[in-house]
Design a protein around this ligand. Structure first.
Ligand SMILES: Cc1cc2nc3c(=O)[nH]c(=O)nc-3n(C[C@H](O)[C@H](O)[C@H](O)COP(=O)(O)OP(=O)(O)OC[C@H]3O[C@@H](n4cnc5c(N)ncnc54)[C@H](O)[C@@H]3O)c2cc1C
Length: 286
């Protein structure tokens, strides 16, 4: 449980972090809250020679709404996101989700940028960012770019981040007018990571579901929008039987994860149950 020795560098700006990454290249890792990286280093799954601490860069911490878009800096902690009136007002589902992550210590140290870069298949934010049509802003040696959440997660612990790129923040457009959205998870009792997490957004016109977005975490190698469930409910009435029929399609065509916490059949069952519950609650809020 003791990591290999490393050199510690504290960056005071994003530009300084970029310079340090350029200088130390493959031998360096960014350190944000440390709540995924340090456990991996203690298990010797990771042994970077240099840690570049970006945890005190003020420009990465801001949370604000500008021109109808919510901007969250990569360094915002889960606690800050849960408590932010801007997040609560613009995307309450995201504030609720941040409040469900881990325990108080994890929420006070862990950051949204670190969570996204780490891309744990059981992390909570990804499913919610998928239903919110969020984009992830990054800066690197070739300048800045914005990556749609749907393109960002590519496989187990694999993202679209390129070498020496830093996530600077997340942008979330306004939710469709009148839509309801929720995130529910069946949590691993010790870590609170999602064995299965389902995010659902429903917009109704009259009694009909005019827009449905559903995404899962914990079910496959990476978070995904479930087009089978979305297609089955869109245009249907938001009643219990239509929701149940749509939820029964959950995880169709997905290679469902199986591990010592939950086998494939159990996870598939949980995906259907949580899809039904999340859709019902989202429809109730719409
Ligand atoms: C006990 C425990 C329980 C947890 N429970 C949950 C849970 O219920 N749900 C959940 O979703 N998560 C959970 N987590 C994970 C937690 O949310 C972490 O905080 C998060 O995954 C990583 O964020 P961090 O800021 O700590 O990143 P770090 O650990 O510092 O970094 C993680 C990785 O991201 C890279 N990185 C960090 N910031 C950036 C950036 N801005 N740009 C590019 N790369 C970057 C680092 O180099 C590293 O590779 C848990 C963790 C622990 C220890």
């Amino acid at each position: 449980m003791i990591p290999a020795s490393f050199n510690y560098h504290r960056a005071s700006s994003v530009n300084e972090a970029l310079d340090l990454l350029k200088q130390y290249g493959d031998d360096a890792r960014l350190l944000a809250g440390g709540h995924s990286l340090l456990p991996a280093m203690k298990l010797r799954m990771n042994a970077p020679a240099n840690l570049i601490d970006i945890g005190r860069i003020a420009e990465l911490n801001s949370i604000r709404v500008e021109n109808g878009t919510l901007h969250i800096g990569a360094g915002a902690t889960h606690s800050a996101i849960a408590a932010s009136p801007d997040v609560q007002g613009h995307a309450p589902v995201l504030a609720d989700t941040a409040g469900m992550i881990g325990d108080v210590q994890v929420r006070n140290k862990g950051t949204i940028g670190g969570s996204l870069a780490h891309a744990d298949p059981a992390a909570d934010y990804p499913a919610v960012l998928l239903i919110l049509n969020a984009s992830i802003n990054v800066i690197g040696p070739n300048g800045t770019r914005s990556i749609a959440a749907g393109d960002f997660f590519q496989d187990l612990y694999v993202t679209a981040l390129e070498e020496n790129e830093i996530i600077t923040g997340v942008e979330i457009p306004a939710m469709p007018q009148g839509a309801g959205a929720v995130y529910l998870k069946f949590a691993q009792p010790a870590s609170r990571f999602a064995l299965v997490g389902c995010a659902a957004l429903v917009k109704k016109d009259g009694g009909t579901c005019s827009e449905v977005r559903v995404a899962f975490t914990g079910v496959g190698n990476m978070p995904f929008r479930d087009s089978g469930v979305e297609g089955a409910l869109t245009g249907q009435s938001a009643d219990a039987s239509a929701i149940e029929a749509a939820a029964a399609q959950a995880a169709g065509g997905i290679d469902v994860l199986s591990d010592h916490f939950a086998g494939e059949d159990y996870r598939t069952h949980l995906a259907r149950v949580y899809a039904r519950r999340a859709l019902s609650q989202a429809a109730g809020l719409a």
